[in-house]
Design a protein around this ligand. Structure first.
Ligand code: HEM
Length: 509
């Protein structure tokens, strides 16, 4: 008996060693040819890239030392390549073969399942086809009222901050964009701006935090050791709240559609669903993304409850922090660049005169050309998603180099956006540069990614950002915080600033 037990243990140990050695040597020849910072035995380069606050500077330093394509060893086994080289980015992003997401997206799957952002292969293809019509301009046009009404709430809240010398605008903007995406995606209002302590809002915040903390904490990294940490239990509770909320909204909306209960004027119905209180807004002829999902079919059948939930949750995750980061950094840039702010405000005067609350239309938002360049330049300097990644699922050849199956490719958007070969005076905030360069080099300006797996929500995001920023500009003159407060950038799930994004607000007369 003892003999067999010892034999079994020995076999397990031997198999583990073989498995480890196989993984250790996987793609060894390929990685040998790629430059990169020297790894520390066993740990690789993890100590150099172990904090969200150092990540951007350290990676930029590696770009200067090793060029636009280098490797990083994340421990003894996992190696990734980091790319900010134009030709390589073009080949990767435009490829119809490198469409899968890498291991780093696993943490998201607990919340989002395999929705559009996190799915791979044929599933992703089908979902993308189903969801694309939801972003047609005729659909997007319907959301302008949602942007405007939630933007008005934001103005109300910011009015209370007039005269303060350094207002961190990020938390205010985040709650506003959370309200916007909730109403657009689910047709429900959670009123986060006036109830930021609701269970749903707290759970969204908790999940966004845990997803990134797990990437940098050795105990939280794998699902095996994660249950030993407190975050596991916070995640469990948060997921329960988030999934129950979305499920309840879907069920209710499904019933509503079945009963054709739609009315002509917006009706706000107060609903208590056992998870938290929220309001359902129903508009005649107005559709939330959820309605489109309820009507959609895949392979001739309607989407299941779980499939719909995955997509609604994906919009909730991908559609609020990204726009909040971009809007906040744009306001910071305008506050610190008086000329750009003057031009952007003059554009508003030309369009609406002194009217601070004009009726907003799709055409008016489209005609805010200078503001659009301000947003583009902000996203160049402060891309909401500074890193994103792919993984090869078969051997591919790029620029004459053969890349084996299973190689994670980290796309360093922040890096190429600050490359002087593509952007003159890259550190300078200069919206007008887009008059010349717009669309000329589609793979050097990639805040929304590019190619088949680009951001499906970018047009929605641009309209939302224009609506919100233009409203703020018409109401307030933006000034730098006093004393000046430069953002300390942190590459979390989206780009953030550890010391806030601070400006001062003066009421325009
Ligand atoms: C400033 C705002 C935004 C920025 C900078 C941004 C950026 C990005 C980027 C870089 C990707 C590619 C990520 C990757 O490959 O892993 C992406 C994908 C995606 N985005 Fe956005 N995004 C923004 C707003 C939005 C909004 C408002 C929505 C939804 C309404 C949205 C929905 C999505 C979805 C569903 C994907 C996955 C697309 C796919 O894989 O087919 N995004 N976004």
């Amino acid at each position: 008996m003892v003999f067999f037990a010892a034999l079994l243990v020995s076999l397990i140990v031997i198999c583990s060693i073989i498995w480890f050695v196989v993984l250790l040597n996987k793609n060894r020849e390929y990685f040998k040819k790629i430059a990169g910072p020297p790894p520390v035995p066993f740990f690789g380069n993890v100590f150099e890239v172990s904090s969200t606050t150092d990540l951007l500077d350290v990676t930029l330093k590696f770009v200067r030392e090793y060029g636009g394509l280098f490797k990083i060893c994340m421990g003894p086994i996992r190696k990734v390549i980091v790319v900010s080289d134009y030709k390589f980015l073009e080949a990767v992003l435009s490829s119809t073969k490198i469409l899968n997401k890498s291991y780093e997206y696993n943490n998201l799957r607990h919340w989002l399942g395999t929705g559009l952002l996190t799915s791979d292969g044929p599933k992703w293809k089908k979902r993308r086809r189903v969801l694309t019509p939801a972003f047609h301009f005729q659909i997007l046009e319907q959301f302008i009222d949602v942007f405007e009404s939630n933007g008005n709430k934001l103005i109300k809240k910011l009015r209370k901050k007039i005269g303060e010398r350094g207002v961190d605008i990020y938390p205010f903007v985040t709650l506003c964009t959370l309200d916007i995406i909730c109403e657009s995606a689910m047709g429900t209002s959670i009123n986060a701006q006036f109830d930021d302590n609701s269970e749903y809002v707290r759970s969204v915040k908790a999940m966004c935090k845990i997803i990134i903390e797990r990437l940098f904490n050795i105990l939280q990294l794998t699902d095996i050791t994660f249950p030993l940490t407190q975050n596991y239990y916070i995640q469990k509770k948060s997921l329960n709240i988030l999934h129950t909320h979305t499920n309840n909204v879907i069920t209710r909306r499904r019933e509503e559609l079945l009963n054709k209960k739609k009315t002509s004027a917006p009706v706000n119905e107060h609903v208590v669903n056992g998870v938290g209180d929220y309001e359902i807004s129903t508009y005649k002829n107005k559709k939330a993304f959820l309605d489109l999902l309820l009507e959609a079919t895949v392979d001739g059948r309607p989407l299941t409850q779980e499939e719909i939930r995955e997509e609604v949750d994906t919009f909730m995750f991908e559609g609020h922090d990204t726009t909040a980061s971009a809007i906040s950094f744009a306001l910071y840039c305008l506050a610190n660049n008086a000329d750009a702010q003057k031009k952007a405000y003059e554009e508003q005067l030309t369009l609406f005169g002194e009217n601070k609350s004009p009726h907003m239309s799709y055409a008016a938002l489209q005609s805010m050309k200078y503001l659009e360049m301000v947003i583009k330049e902000t996203l160049r300097l402060y891309p909401s998603v500074p890193f994103y990644s792919r993984e090869t699922d078969e051997e591919v050849e790029i620029n004459g180099i053969s890349i084996p199956k299973g190689v994670p490719i980290i796309i360093f958007a922040y890096g190429i956006h600050r490359d002087p070969t593509h952007f003159k005076d890259p550190e300078k905030f200069n919206p007008s540069r887009f008059e010349e360069i717009d669309g000329k080099h589609p793979y050097s300006y990639i805040p929304f990614s590019a190619g088949p797996r680009n951001c499906i929500g970018q047009k929605f995001a641009m309209l939302e950002m224009k609506s919100t920023i233009s409203k703020i500009l018409r109401h307030f003159e933006l000034q730098p915080a006093s004393p000046e407060c430069r953002p300390q950038l942190a590459a979390e799930a989206v780009l953030k600033s550890t010391n806030g994004i601070k400006i001062s607000l003066c009421l325009r007369q």
